[in-house]
Write a protein that binds this ligand. Structure first.
Ligand SMILES: *Cc1c(COP(=O)(O)O)cnc(C)c1O
Length: 388
């Protein structure tokens, strides 16, 4: 019997090594990995460049306290602010810590301008912001919060896509609207650009903050460095994580100058957050993602992938309802429950993962090659043919 608690539904397979888009099981089988640790391994498995930089830093210094200067973190923060709306960064170790920090920053901002009563965060019902107590109650999902009361107060909710419900939910206690630029766990639902612009307009009018959770859709996955860039809006606070570490646990909250200045010494902290080893890996990830042509290649490959998936959809209109997503954050929505379909893909050595609304999530590394996309397409086609 396993000594690991049963909070995960694990598939009966383990891996001994990975290379790029592929994983090799302990039984010697080769899998095309289009999960990549849930959008974490942005540069695939065992990336030589990341290994080199991690080893180099490992030989120098792994960890020092944030009570000292950390040049590797200064560098990563500077690069993140140069490429985004942000002026300040706080490093964390995970996505949920980054969203928690985002909530703290929003509240602290209103506290610092003498409006501490503005402290409620308005979130999308059934969204996903992580698994800490605050984050599960922010998500407004019955499934995630059941049995974990008392309820963490301070969150209100509106229905995705329902602007009336949104406007009604804003009160004079609202500090911020928080949503995922692309809703990941709940079914790869892209917030349209015009909607993001409307959200920005509402926030400006009500003088509240816009928090865009880019933990899953950020760091190149959408084809832009951050997914909100397509809309042209400027958010106030953006939590990121998953892809920034390329497999090393890193989270961060990006913020504008206005809100960032409220974070005075002692207001927030993390023992591990932003340590030299993590920061070196983060810098190495950005070296690759900021390379000329990297993001346009992600876009090019993703357009091809979406086009090929839509061909399958048109060929099997009774099985596939919709091809969703943006860039290499792709959802294949079925008419029926997706569990068996995912198992069949796995039997043919393609790894994918579920999301809400009968969606199969397809998350190749950003370094995926066209022939690997073709292989996935072939397997998905075969599974559809068998079902029909
Ligand atoms: C994964 C995810 C989180 C939580 O990240 P963890 O690293 O698991 O804590 C938060 N928000 C979004 C949008 C996510 O996809």
């Amino acid at each position: 019997m396993t000594a690991l608690a049963k909070n995960y539904n694990r598939r009966k397979i383990a891996f001994k090594r990975g290379k790029g888009s592929f994983l090799y099981s302990t039984k010697g089988e080769k899998y095309l990995d289009f999960v990549q640790g849930i959008a974490v391994n942005s540069l695939g498995h065992a990336n030589p460049y990341l290994i080199k930089h991690m080893k180099r830093q490992a030989n120098k210094v792994w960890h020092v306290s944030n009570s000292f200067l950390i040049p590797e973190g200064e560098k990563l923060a500077k690069r993140l602010t140069q490429k985004t709306f942000a002026d300040f960064v706080i490093f964390q170790n995970s996505g949920t810590e980054a969203t928690e920090a985002a909530i703290k920053v929003a509240r602290r901002y209103f506290y610092s301008i003498g409006k501490p009563q503005k402290n409620r965060i308005l979130c999308v019902k059934n969204s996903f912001h992580g698994r800490t107590l605050a984050a599960i109650f922010a998500s407004g999902s019955k499934k995630m919060t059941e049995g974990f009361g008392p309820k963490v107060d301070g969150f209100d909710h509106f229905e995705f896509g329902n602007h009336k419900s949104l406007k009604k939910a804003i009160t004079n206690k609202t500090a911020a609207i928080m949503c995922e630029t692309v809703m990941g766990e709940s079914g790869i639902k892209v917030i349209p650009d015009w909607c993001l612009r409307e959200l920005r307009r509402i926030c400006n009018k009500k003088k509240i903050l816009l928090i865009l959770d880019e933990v899953q859709c950020g760091i190149g996955r959408s084809g832009k460095f951050l997914a909100y860039e397509y809309s042209g809006v400027k958010p106030d606070i953006v939590p990121i994580a998953k892809g920034i570490g390329g497999g090393f646990p890193i989270g961060a909250v990006l913020m504008s100058k206005k809100v960032g200045l409220s974070m005075k010494p002692g207001t927030h902290g993390s023992t591990f957050g932003g340590n030299p080893l993590a920061m070196s890996v983060g810098n190495a990830v950005l070296d690759q993602i900021f390379k000329k042509g990297f993001l346009s290649n992600v876009k090019k490959n993703s357009i091809y992938f979406h086009k090929e998936l839509n061909k399958i959809k048109n060929k099997f209109p009774k099985i596939i309802k919709e091809v969703r997503g943006i860039g290499l954050l792709i959802g294949l929505q079925l008419f029926n429950d997706q569990t068996k379909f995912i198992e069949k893909l796995m039997a043919k050595k393609l790894l994918t993962i579920r999301a809400g609304e009968n969606v199969i999530r397809i998350l190749p590394p950003l370094t995926v090659k066209k022939n690997e996309i073709d292989l996935a397409i072939k397997i998905i086609n075969e599974v559809c043919e068998k079902i029909e």
